[in-house]
Write a protein that binds this ligand. Structure first.
Ligand code: NAD
Length: 257
């Protein structure tokens, strides 16, 4: 399928799942806006390399998704937004009674509120273009919970609720809103959780990966960033035009348990 002529904004896309989604959208022919909160030469080089690999236009726009005005400015600066992928996210693991309040606020801002702000800014552009796709990267934790992840689970359930609401508000238009719910994908965000989990559970790395992280992923395999990107491309296809307001799990069977 070809997404030629479409512009996709992917928040939090200088690494991990966001970059994997950007790669698949570029492979399908979309022009892409990469984003994170940093503004380094390597961020812009990432955009140049992706453009060269797929013959599309790729820009890197720095914007901090913890700041509402930056979220809206990202869309404004992009100038077009046919495909919006809300992917930026952070994690913190701690029991609820000792969960730092500033971590709670940051997770809600970056993982949930940013999707509200970018969506609000992008919808007028989609309506003007007569076509739009909103793909929110939620999580298996948007559908189920785990201990020690109160803010993340709350934010991801919120993303699923936001997705359904936006889908209803756009239901009669050629715009869809869906959420992808990945299980564990091996990215820097997951890598960063391993030391905390080792400490919390008193286990070595291999045991924590198999017994704790992949304990609820029946496939016992991490999903890949390419698989999440491929799912996003499918949601942008004509075959998915009547898929809206729902979640697609890419979780090796996690939510079937
Ligand atoms: P990652 O740490 O590799 O990527 C996170 C991205 O968000 C990075 O590009 C980072 O720069 C960006 N980011 C962080 N704070 C930001 C901010 N304030 N403003 C703009 N960008 C910011 O992690 P990942 O695993 O690729 O996670 C991407 C998304 O996928 C997150 O929403 C995460 O919750 C979700 N997810 C990940 C997994 C997994 O197993 N890795 C599973 C389910 C859902």
């Amino acid at each position: 399928m070809s997404l030629a002529g479409k512009t996709a904004i992917v928040t939090g896309s200088n690494s991990g799942i966001g970059y994997g989604v950007a790669e698949e959208l570029a492979r399908a022919g979309a022009d892409v806006v990469l984003n994170s909160f940093t503004d380094r030469d390597e961020d812009h080089a990432l955009a140049e390399n992706l453009a060269a690999a797929h013959g599309v236009t790729v820009r890197y726009i720095a914007a901090d998704m913890s700041r509402p005005e930056d979220c809206r400015a990202l869309v404004d600066r992009a100038g077009a937004c046919d495909i919006l992928v809300n992917n930026a996210g952070i994690q913190h693991v701690a029991p609820v009674e000792s969960f730092p309040a500033e971590k709670w606020d940051a997770i809600i801002a970056i993982n949930l509120s940013s999707a509200f702000h970018t969506t609000a800014a992008a919808l007028p552009l989609m309506r003007a273009a007569g076509w739009g796709r909103i793909v929110n990267i939620a999580s298996a934790h948007g559908l189920t919970a785990s201990p020690f992840k109160s803010a993340y689970v709350a934010a991801k359930h919120g993303v699923v609720g936001l997705t359904k609401t936006v889908a209803l508000e756009t239901a009669e238009e050629p715009i869809t809103a869906n959420a992808i719910c990945p299980g564990y994908v091996l990215t820097p965000l997951v890598e960063a959780q391993i030391p905390d989990q080792m400490k919390t559970h008193g286990m070595d790395r291999d045991t924590v990966v198999r017994e704790v992280m992949l304990a609820r992923q029946p496939s016992k395999a991490f999903a890949t960033t390419g698989q999440i990107g491929g799912t996003a491309v499918f949601l942008c296809s004509e075959a998915a035009a009547q898929i809206t307001g729902t979640t697609i799990s890419v979780d090796g069977g996690w939510t079937a348990l």
